[in-house]
Write a protein that binds this ligand. Structure first.
Ligand code: OAD
Length: 244
């Protein structure tokens, strides 16, 4: 990690009145959870249209639930890492701090972040695709014999699939926070899935945008600073440098 860049972003963080943080699956990599793209990524080994689309769910709900039940179990076994904890600390420190995540793993909440905008929903609950009834997922996930709901609909994971809209209230809150931030931190996302990726660079020409990611991304050329480092190293180092 470049020390001059760390100092530059730390100075912005110290002076910021409003910070907007956007996270993706890379922030949970050091908790042992796979990302989506690239070798070893979830979409490298699985067919996204089967597992993450309303059409795939309609075709084979049991296949889809088996996969999400397994993912939910993996999430429960994982622990938040130093990057999740660092963002929870920032929430308490910065006057106006908003955290929006594309992740459905609940690790930000478990690290102590109080207000998390979950842009793609979460794997804590199932909801009916007809009447919107909800049900918490138990440790073993949703039993397959509970997929059929009494109203005639089907219980589905409470997450956003490809081709679906983001929850409107969550999206509006994220747009607003991105538009009013002095500093935008983009952490552990390839920034290619829209509309979430737009929050990084398209809502606020005035904000200083810093990316934390060990690899180049779709927005690397457009950000003001890049910390090329795993999030669990970069975020604690950034807070230490900014607030000492
Ligand atoms: P991707 O798999 O597209 O990108 C993960 C990013 O994390 C990459 O840019 C990696 O370089 C980076 N990364 C890996 N290890 C890291 C580390 N230790 N610290 C920081 N960054 C690291 O995943 P997302 O951008 O999260 O959507 O994908 C966005 C959306 O696509 C997901 O929310 C999901 C997926 O399909 C839905 O399911 C709707």
């Amino acid at each position: 990690m470049n020390d001059a860049t760390l100092a530059q972003v730390a100075a912005r963080l110290r002076d910021a009145q409003a910070v907007f943080a956007l996270t993706g699956s890379g922030i949970s990599a050091e908790s042992g959870l796979p990302t989506f793209r690239g070798v070893g990524g979830l979409w490298h080994n699985h067919r996204v249209e089967e597992l993450a689309s309303p059409e795939g769910f309609a075709r084979d709900p049991a296949l889809v639930w088996n996969w999400y039940n397994e993912r939910a179990a993996v999430h429960r076994r994982a622990q938040p890492n130093a990057a999740h904890h660092a963002l929870a600390q920032l929430e308490a420190r910065v006057p106006h701090f908003t955290l929006a995540t594309q992740n459905v793993d609940s690790l930000h909440r478990r690290a102590g972040s109080q207000h998390v905008l979950e842009l793609h929903g979460s794997l804590r609950e199932a909801r009916c695709d007809r009447c919107a009834a909800r049900r918490a997922l138990a440790d073993e996930g949703l039993p397959l014999d509970a997929i059929a709901h009494e109203c005639g609909g089907r219980m589905r994971p409470d997450i956003v699939w490809f081709g679906e809209s983001l929850p409107l209230d969550v999206w509006r809150a994220a747009e607003l926070a991105a538009a009013h931030a002095d500093l935008i931190l983009v952490i552990g996302t390839s920034a290619i899935v829209y509309p979430a990726a737009a929050l990084a660079t398209q809502y606020n020409p005035r904000a200083f945008v810093a990316e934390i990611n060990p690899e180049d991304t779709a927005i690397s050329e457009r950000v003001d600073a890049t910390l090329r480092s795993p999030a669990a190293q970069a975020l604690p180092a950034l807070i230490e440098r900014a607030f000492g």
